[in-house]
Design a protein around this ligand. Structure first.
Ligand code: ADP
Ligand code: MG
Length: 695
């Protein structure tokens, strides 16, 4: 904890060193905390509280707790062994407490002279010679005690608690604390007035329950959480309303010659769930404002064919479709599959990735620009500035969670560039299911379709855990699987620290496996290979000319080879839960019984053990996602952490789901009947954050 000495110092520095932007050091620190306006300061709420209202008896103190006691100094010396330090001892009649400073000023030494009565506050430790506090805060005994809990705020380097407190108190004195929720609404949802809630949290009254305050269960917190959720719901609803004013070209659901031709060509019957989501998408595409739909379906549930049906509807009505995948391997696979389905029906398909040669790229881009290409499959290369679409009508993002927020927006803008005012429809596909509460709060602007059924005839994947000491047995299992005509994947360990090391590990693993299983046709695939080489290897694996594919996580998403029935993941404890589930989803795609074998090396950390247990216990992507969310928290789960914007600071999606539903209800009502109230509320809570939520 910072002392008031550093607080004073930073204030002085703040006044003297003005930089070119005219901001003092302190001001810049405030900005770093996201504190720009008075409203920002008043909703900068305590992380926790300290109880300085009481003086405790030394005899009642417990190790690990923060305590505040008063006593008489009975010993005070600078000791030199084992190192220079100031040591004092106080007594209050119930016990003795040692105090220790490793760095100290002469003034501090004076403060703890023998015979003085002092008040000290600090964390209790079990020291060498009994109870002690290291670097406690010291004041003279008998001073006033605050009558309320002391707030402790989130802060940043160099900004002391007292400085922050002062700034917040100044803002509280000046700022507009008027209520954005009229009384009838507060009554309806049982909420405190805003000013009262804010004051309670910054300056808790003496009788407040410490527990409720710290656990954020106090009605004051409830009000703040509601406000925060309301602001979020409003901004999502506003984004949605904005979308409704945008125009898109409608693609008729009636003129479905290409769609029915495609359906007739499919080698399987669509599942009920696939038919349902296809209908939902079909109706969206026929509207004249942009579709913004998330298609969720567990790995292997058959999302690709749904995308193909949507593409057929748009292409059949004269529009262009772009499908973007996060990796070349996946894009390549889509290209192959979509070509097999649509090429015979006369659809012209182009291919665009970063690794395309200059000539081929120029040809692709020309075909995209002229409209010659009706379906374009590719990677991030599709969003380069130079790519111009003739009449982009639909954008499909596969494994959308792999793309950044910006990339998702970028491809949508391609329609604006091409046709002026028309925005392409957008279909996002993801196998990472978003739990209901999250979907409601963060993706309220997306319509969601769910494929909740796997194609028939799949037997569930059997997941096994095995210590890597059983490598021989595992090799025997691989050999046996291959002998009965199946294929297998062997995923090499993740080496996060170094890409070079990762590659080396893959090469070594391939070498070892080739020696151990000399009869098998084994190939290695990794990210450093040329795209053409990767494509060649995948081609051979698809064609059944490779028995065992040794791979890095390049095969993580989307790869679809139904004859592969065995997945071995080495050092599974190093992978994340979502990643393991994705990898496991590479098998179990045909009718054959498949096995996923998670090899681990002990001893396992607590978290790794939980992850592996989750994989062992369930095959259900939604359940996996729920547990993943539990372990990692929503920001990281959604891949939004890097955006630097806290998602929800106060509300918790698990415990506050009901509050979120109420906030959603009010947000809808306001936007319809009371936009001014909505605006006033947004002004308090959402400055500068709207853009981020819109994606
Ligand atoms: P994902 O949802 O993981 O992207 P895919 O679209 O790759 O799944 O489909 C997985 C496999 O299931 C593919 O081989 C696909 O051809 C096949 N498939 C899709 N729909 C059906 C269906 N209705 N019946 C049988 N097989 C299907
Ligand atoms: Mg897929």
């Amino acid at each position: 904890m910072s002392t008031s000495a550093t607080g004073a110092k930073s204030n002085k520095a703040g006044q003297s060193s003005q930089a070119a932007d005219g901001l003092s050091v302190t001001q810049r620190r405030f900005l770093r905390l996201g504190l720009h306006t008075e409203q920002d300061f008043i909703v900068h709420l305590p992380l926790r509280y300290e109880d300085e209202t009481q003086v405790q008896a030394i005899g009642s103190l417990q190790v690990g707790q923060t305590g505040q006691v008063e006593g008489e100094v009975v010993y005070s010396e600078v000791q030199f062994r084992p190192r220079r330090q100031l040591v004092a001892m106080i007594e209050d009649g119930t016990g003795r407490l040692a105090l220790r400073w490793l760095n100290f000023y002469p003034s501090q030494q004076k403060q703890v002279e023998r015979g003085k009565r002092i008040r000290v506050r600090g964390e209790l430790r079990g020291g060498f010679a009994g109870l002690e506090m290291v670097h406690p805060r010291v004041t003279a005994a008998g001073g006033d005690l605050p009558d309320s809990l002391t707030p402790v705020y989130p802060t940043t380097d160099g900004l002391s608690q007292p400085a922050l407190r002062r700034a917040i108190d100044q803002a509280l004195a000046r700022a507009d604390l008027s209520d954005t929720l009229p009384e009838p609404i507060r009554k309806r949802y049982g909420l405190l007035p805003f000013a009262e809630a804010i004051r309670t949290l910054h300056h808790p009254p003496p009788d407040v329950s410490y527990h409720d305050l710290v656990e954020r269960e106090h009605p004051a917190w409830r009000r703040i959480k509601f406000d925060e959720l309301l602001a979020q719901q409003l901004s999502l609803a506003i984004a949605r309303a904005a979308r409704m004013t945008q125009r898109s070209r409608p693609y008729s659901a009636n003129d479905t010659a290409l769609v029915s031709a495609l359906q007739d060509r499919l080698p399987f019957e669509l599942t009920q769930a696939q038919q349902r989501v296809i209908r939902e998408i079909r109706d969206d595409l026929a509207r004249s404002h942009p579709m913004h739909r998330l298609l969720q379906g567990d790995v292997g549930s058959g999302k690709t064919v749904v995308a193909a049906m949507a593409a057929a509807q748009v292409i059949g009505n004269g529009g262009q479709v772009a499908m973007m995948a996060p990796t070349e391997i996946l894009a390549e696979q889509h290209f192959r599959k979509l070509s097999a389905w649509l090429d015979p029906l006369g659809v012209r398909i182009a291919w665009l990735t970063g690794s395309l040669g200059t000539k081929a790229r120029r040809e692709s881009m020309a075909a995209i620009e002229s409209g010659e290409a009706q379906l374009i499959v590719g990677t991030q290369a599709l969003i380069q500035d130079k790519v111009v679409f003739a009449n982009l009508g639909l954008v499909i993002l596969d494994e959308q969670h792999r793309f950044g927020v910006g990339q998702r927006l970028e491809l949508s803008r391609k329609g604006e560039a091409a046709g002026g005012a028309l925005i392409p429809h957008q279909l996002n596909m993801s196998a990472t299911p978003i739990p209901r509460t999250l979907a409601m709060t963060f993706f309220a602007d997306l319509d969601v379709s769910v494929i909740d059924e796997l194609p028939p005839g799949r037997s569930p994947i059997i997941t096994k855990l095995a210590s890597d000491e059983r490598r021989d047995e595992i090799l025997a299992l691989v050999a046996q699987e291959v002998r009965s005509g199946r294929q297998a994947y062997w995923v090499c360990p993740l080496v996060e620290e170094s890409e070079a090391l990762q590659l080396q590990t893959a090469v070594d693993t391939h070498q070892q496996l080739s020696e151990a299983l000399p009869d098998l046709r084994i190939r290695l695939i990794h990210g450093k290979l040329k795209p053409a080489e990767k494509a060649q290897i995948m081609e051979e694996f698809h064609a059944g000319q490779v028995d065992l594919l040794v791979a890095t996580t390049v095969i993580e998403v989307g790869v679809d080879v139904p004859n592969a029935s065995l997945m071995i993941i080495e050092h599974a404890e190093r992978f994340g839960l979502a990643q393991l589930h994705q990898l496991r989803g590479r098998v179990g795609r045909g009718g054959i019984q498949s096995i996923c074998l998670l090899m681990y090396q002990g001893p396992l950390s607590q978290v790794a053990r939980q992850r592996l247990r989750a994989m062992y216990e369930t095959n259900d992507g939604f359940e996996i996602a729920r547990r993943d969310l539990e372990q990692r928290g929503p920001g990281e789960f959604l891949g939004l952490r890097q955006s630097g914007t806290a998602l929800l600071r106060f509300a918790d999606l698990d415990t506050d789901a009901e509050l979120a539903a109420q906030a959603q209800e009010l947000a809808r009502d306001w936007l319809r009947h009371d936009p001014d109230k909505a605006q006033a509320h947004m002004n308090r809570w959402m400055r500068g954050k709207q853009d981020y939520l819109r994606s």
